[in-house]
Design a binder for this molecule. Structure first.
Ligand code: SAH
Ligand code: SF4
Length: 473
């Protein structure tokens, strides 16, 4: 039975003590650490914590594998492709280890949380010294120290495989090394209770649990004070934020309180499950001073039959109504989505339904995936007669439609002046800066590098499927 468990201050201090021990052990020369990330934004955010731990343990961060004394691979399990890539890279580390036997190889993330995968790592990926699941992030120093202690012992070369089922953990105050100073991830919850029939997330990330509103607000205030301009709230289904807390809280309420933080910044969030996206959410977004007018509302399929088999709890009419309500509240709304092609039992007719919904909803951008059977999920056991080649044909057709609509939507910006946040450099000429509209569309600009982190007005001069070109005015 799921139980929420908040990590205590003592438990956190104990981890700090493991950091100190590791630091002492590393004293004498500079040791380098590298974290390699696969998958979603939540994983990017978890990798920032892993980097935070490595720094606390005395490592200096590097992007150069050849220089690293420790490599942590933070894996994804959502599709087989992501797992294969991660495993391929882990396997390739054997060459590095042959040259540097002291190299520590750690594998974390969702892939490792699966029992079959852990067995596979144990038997076939002997290069791995430590495997740990996402629930173990808060005690990474303890696991790392354990691995270091076991090293040199006889037997299984001191390997530690620790993807324990310690579900329900909520940990505050973990160290974090953020990437850059403009955009920040802010995780508001973990896990998922939806059990969409194709999805592995609820199995690997565990039951849904929310951070306390006070902790989230304090982190957001700190980010704004430190100059971050673009804050993305993260959760598998942010719309069910607050469930299970002993204080009353919901997502629109959280957005309203975050919006009160003074300053010039944009608030974004992902992901929003259509079944729980409410009129009130759209109203709060529309009335907010900081909220991006962007909603990522994964559709998955336009066929009612397939949506039911996916366990999504909405039909195409309900989805279209939500999209329309969101657009009524925010006429300049940017609407993006995810779609799975070739779900087991999907027919040509079902697929046509998806195409027609896409034509109707006119998404600004779409992320499209071919169904990937995930071991242990109900969909993996469903009859799946359509060949991979046929699915690829559907996929290509959907992608062409998506590109056409995105291109048309982008073309409509040309000639308009929009406020954008300059968020980075492109390393290219003449458009050396990248920027985002409030709705999150990518804009390429030419200008002084000192503008990174500033809001500017840009006149849109050109467009493509993926991005806009503009001039600072
Ligand atoms: N919690 C988010 C995202 C989950 S994973 C949500 O519910 O929207 C991100 C996307 O990956 C999903 O929206 C889905 O489109 C895709 N996905 C998940 N499982 C998949 C699978 N087994 N095969 C193909 N795509 C999948
Ligand atoms: Fe997976 Fe569905 Fe949960 Fe998203 S809402 S993480 S698709 S189970």
């Amino acid at each position: 039975m799921y139980q929420r468990r908040e990590i205590t201050t003592q438990e956190r201090i104990a981890q700090e003590q493991f950091c100190e021990k590791i630091k002492d052990r590393l004293a004498g020369r500079t040791h380098y650490g590298l974290v390699d990330t696969y998958g979603c934004q939540q994983n990017e955010s978890d990798s920032e914590i892993l980097r935070g731990w490595l720094v606390r343990c005395g490592y200096e961060l590097t992007a150069d594998e050849a220089k690293a004394d420790i490599i942590v691979v933070n894996t994804c399990a959502v599709r087989e492709h992501a797992e294969k890539r991660a495993l391929g890279n882990v396997g390739a580390l054997a060459h590095r280890k042959a040259r540097n036997p002291e190299l520590l190889v750690c594998v974390g993330g969702c892939m490792t949380q699966q029992p079959t995968m852990r067995e596979r790592i144990k038997s076939s990926y002997r290069v791995v010294d430590l495997a740990f699941g996402p629930h173990e992030l808060w005690r990474f120093p303890e696991l790392l120290w354990g691995t270091m202690q076991r090293r040199g012992r006889r037997g299984d070369r001191g390997r530690l495989l620790a993807a324990e089922p310690s579900e329900g953990v909520v940990a505050e105050g973990l160290p974090r090394r953020r990437d850059g100073g403009v955009k920040a991830w802010l995780s508001i919850m973990n896990g998922c209770d939806n059990f969409c029939s194709y999805c592995v997330v609820p199995y690997v990330r565990g039951r849904e649990r929310s951070r306390r509103p006070g902790d989230i607000l304090a982190e957001a205030k700190d980010l704004v004070e430190r100059g971050y301009k673009d804050i993305t709230l993260l959760g598998q289904n942010v719309n069910s934020y607050g469930k299970g807390l002993d204080e009353s809280a919901d997502f629109p309420g959280l957005l309203e309180s975050l919006d009160q933080i003074p300053g010039d910044y944009v608030l974004r969030f992902m992901t929003s499950h259509p079944k729980d996206a409410t009129e009130r959410l759209f109203q709060v977004m529309g009335g907010s001073g900081h909220c991006a007018h962007h909603i990522h509302l994964p559709l998955q399929s336009g066929s009612d039959r397939i949506l039911k088999a996916m366990n999504r709890h909405y039909d195409r009419a309900a989805y279209l109504e939500k999209a329309a309500a969101a657009r009524r509240a925010m006429p300049d709304l940017v609407l993006t989505t995810d779609i799975i092609v070739g779900f087991p039992g999907e027919t040509e007719e079902d697929f046509r339904q998806t195409l027609s919904l896409v034509e109707e909803a006119r998404f600004d951008a779409m992320f499209t995936f071919i169904f990937s059977p995930r071991p242990g999920t109900p969909a993996a056991a469903m009859p799946d007669p359509v060949s991979r080649a046929e699915k690829q044909v559907w996929f290509d057709e959907l992608l062409a439609l998506s590109n056409r609509i995105s291109g048309e939507k982008h073309a409509a910006y040309v000639g308009k002046t929009v406020r954008v946040l300059v968020d980075g450099q492109t390393g290219q000429t003449p458009y050396n800066l990248s920027a985002r509209t409030r709705g999150g569309r990518l804009v390429h600009l030419a200008g002084d590098l000192a503008l990174v982190g500033r809001f500017v007005d840009a006149k849109i001069t050109g467009s493509s499927t993926w991005a806009l070109d503009g001039e600072i005015v």
